[in-house]
Write a protein that binds this ligand. Sequence first.
Ligand code: E4P
Length: 214
Amino acid sequence: MKFFLDTANAEKIRAAVELGMCDGVTTNPTIIMKEGKEHKTAIQEIAKIMKGPLSVEGVGQTAEEMVKEGEEFAKWAPNVVVKVPMTAEGLKAVRMLEKKGIRTNVTLVFSASQALLAAKAGASYASPFVGRLDDISEDGMALIRDIVQIYKNYGYKTEIIVASVRHPIHVVEAAKAGAHIATLPADVFEKLFKHPLTDKGIAQFLEDHKKSRK
Ligand code: E4P
């Protein structure tokens, strides 16, 4: 399973890269806004640290606007993947961008039918949002299981990025479902390492080591 980081924070990305755990990065306008940096500057800084797929999202609403933005983003760094919203115009843009050799990530996917359309359009990635579904009392993980099955049934090459991840159980469930990728906020990534019994065990062993005969 691949881990992407769902952040534009260069320090957090660098730390995960150094651990060998960062296979890619996803951003959106909210994530960029949080860093307080100009969009292109923030993306190019990340591209220097991390060579995996780097999703960049624009604000275009028509296919033409999305393609124009996507072509511009693709000049920013060689590993840029263009995020397009799950709309009819977005899927038109997917076809056009993929034809030009620019990879796309269909974002804001909330149903299996949308995920099927994203794959049919030829997107490199589709991003179903589990946390936002859970927030409205829908089962985000059930959607992931459905998409995994549908993509397997037809051999679609589109990779599933489990997005809107809120806690480690989302990551574990995504892995059990066989999703290709989970994109993790930095705090969720850090929580994956933690277990109170690990900390307790280390403390106990250190203590006992001090007490051993020298
Ligand atoms: C990533 O591609 C998505 O934009 C992101 O995971 C959304 O997360 P949120 O629902 O916590 O904003």
